[in-house]
Design a protein around this ligand. Structure first.
Ligand code: ZN
Length: 185
């Protein structure tokens, strides 16, 4: 689907906004842009993460970030892409920070956090690769965000590029070359 249609679909989706019990709503990439009426921030970067866990979902990561990390707004990421273990394979869960258009502490670099969209793929990509559905979704979502916010491929980063030496995120088995070959230049 063309990005213009993606945005149109997102507006339509906003009308059907339904929250799950934990407050996260699984969506596909064509409906991920709904931001609950908050104007979009001027995002400059997109940063890709893995959860470093075999399974999970936005609600589970939210609890970890809120109660173990003590981050006031919880879930640091804007989007979480499921792998079928704890969340639907290839689905997008939209975090509260995206709906409210606020930054999240997802990189360890405060300045970067202010201007970057954080996307987390569920999985431990030191041990395994993302599923095909996850790859399809991360490519579609990233391309759509690139289009919406005019973000070039140079500004689509893997977490370890920001925090080298501190993290391998999103893991050595994340198919970096394939991912970048499928993005908008
Ligand atoms: Zn990370």
């Amino acid at each position: 689907m063309r990005p213009v249609l993606l945005v149109a679909a997102a507006i339509a989706a906003a009308l059907f906004y339904c929250l799950q019990t934990a407050g996260y709503s699984p969506m596909n990439s064509s409906t991920a842009f709904a931001s609950a009426g908050h104007p979009f921030r001027e995002w400059k970067y997109i940063v890709i993460h893995h959860s470093a866990t075999r399974s999970g979902n936005a609600a589970r990561f939210h609890r970890f970030h809120r109660y173990s990390k003590k981050w006031r707004d919880g879930l640091a990421y804007h989007f979480v892409i499921g792998n079928g273990l704890g969340s639907k394979d290839g689905s997008i869960e939209v975090g509260k920070r995206w709906r409210r258009q606020i930054p999240g502490p997802h990189t360890g670099d405060a300045a970067m956090n202010e201007i970057s969209i954080g996307i987390c793929l569920v999985g431990d990509f030191q041990r395994e690769q993302p599923t095909n559905s996850q790859m399809k979704t991360i490519v579609e979502l990233t391309r759509s965000l690139q289009e919406e916010f005019n973000i070039s491929i140079e500004n689509v980063l893997l977490h370890r590029e920001i925090h080298s030496g501190h993290t391998k995120c999103p893991g050595n088995r994340f198919p970096e070359l394939e991912f970048y070959s499928r993005l908008k230049p």
